[in-house]
Ligand binder design. Structure first.
Ligand code: UT7
Length: 318
């Protein structure tokens, strides 16, 4: 059976680190509140010379090196982002050019924090139908550019960064075993940006009803994780590594408990990265790969939930 195999992984973070105590000098907050409610201690913030494009290119180069593949072998670039360099062209095409790729196609996927799961699912469909062989899937964000730095309920939560997978079509047991994506636009006003080219003609700022998002996240994430497990006929107890979107430590621990995934199998990186939206899964995956927690042959479960609402999960044997 032709499957999408994760051949390489890479990630990139901006140079500058902003701690909770740095934030407490800007807005009325404390390190203790942020840690207790979210698990976040610090996040990376892009400087003017660091953009979604540059972070994506950095992560993509590392993923290609890790895969042992030349950029010229890539026939599709899918970039998940809600913070593109420009309204258009797609940042994926800018990354494609920076990598020297002059064939195939490149496009952006916009599903906010679920972007990487949406992009993986899309790449998997292209590979399994034979429409692409080697796909670069990137999640890259500079959410610091769309934060309202006077709003303590949102600005403490997010950070910048990028992560990338190289997926290749191969026959065998390894690769993406199951994936599911969902959306429900009735909740679009719970987590959104209050601007855009066709409405305000500005970029706008992120707005969120945190408690509402939290409530739905707990339910939706657990349900979609169970869906992919059922699709693959695998029990949650057999998951070796759980690599979730890094929004809130409490949500993730609660979800893992509900499904019966032991706490030590959850990869948590929000302490140092914050919520990097579409970049958070590949960033966390890279950390777990580098420190040896993710090993060949393991079952890895990824999930995310974000604005839209959008949510989804991907199960892979790596
Ligand atoms: O990645 C996309 C998906 N996003 C998520 O999954 C995020 C989901 N939501 C959450 O993670 C949580 O709802 C938050 C972390 C955003 C907030 O935690 P919470 O436990 O739901 O807090 P809350 O919004 O109910 O606020 C509790 C209190 C409020 O004060 P009052 O009304 O009780 O007096 C807030 O004003 O905490 C206050 N507060 C803060 N205090 C200090 C809100 N933000 C801060 C802050 N520092 N930064």
């Amino acid at each position: 059976m032709l499957r999408s195999v994760i051949k390489g992984v890479g990630s990139a973070l901006p140079r500058r680190i902003m701690t909770n105590s740095d934030l407490s000098k800007i807005v009325d907050t404390t390190h203790e509140w942020i840690v207790e409610r979210t698990g976040i201690h610090a996040r990376h913030i892009a400087s003017d010379d660091e953009t979604t494009r540059s972070l994506a290119v950095d992560a993509a180069k590392k993923a290609l090196l890790n895969a042992g593949l030349e950029a010229s072998a890539i026939d599709l670039v899918i970039l998940a982002t809600s913070t593109p360099d420009n309204t258009f062209p797609a940042t994926a095409t800018l990354v494609q050019a920076d990598l020297g790729i002059i064939r195939g196609a490149a496009f952006d996927v916009q599903a906010v924090c679920s972007g990487f799961v949406y992009a993986l699912t899309t790449a998997d469909a292209y590979i399994r139908t034979g429409m692409a062989s080697n796909v670069l899937v990137i999640g890259a964000e500079t959410f610091s550019r769309i934060l309202d730095w006077t709003d303590r309920t949102t600005c403490v939560l997010f950070g910048d960064g990028a992560g990338a997978f190289v997926l290749s079509g191969e026959e065998g047991e390894n690769g993406i075993l199951a994936s599911r994506i969902h959306s429900d636009g009735r909740y679009s006003d719970k987590l959104y940006v209050d601007g855009g080219p066709s409405t305000t003609k500005t970029v706008g700022h992120l707005r969120m009803e945190g408690r509402e998002v939290f409530k739905h996240a707990v339910v939706n994430i657990a349900a979609v994780m169970q869906e992919v497990l059922d699709q693959a006929g695998i029990s949650a107890a057999n998951i070796d590594c759980f690599v979730p979107h890094q929004a809130n430590r409490r949500i993730l621990e609660g979800t893992a408990r509900k499904l019966g995934i032991p706490e030590e199998r959850i990869v948590l990186t929000m302490d140092r990265h914050g919520n990097t939206s579409a970049a958070s899964i590949p960033l966390a995956y890279d950390v777990a790969l580098q420190d040896g927690r993710i090993k060949p042959g393991q079952l890895v479960l990824m999930e995310a939930m974000g604005g839209g609402f959008t949510w989804g999960a991907v199960l892979a044997r790596v």
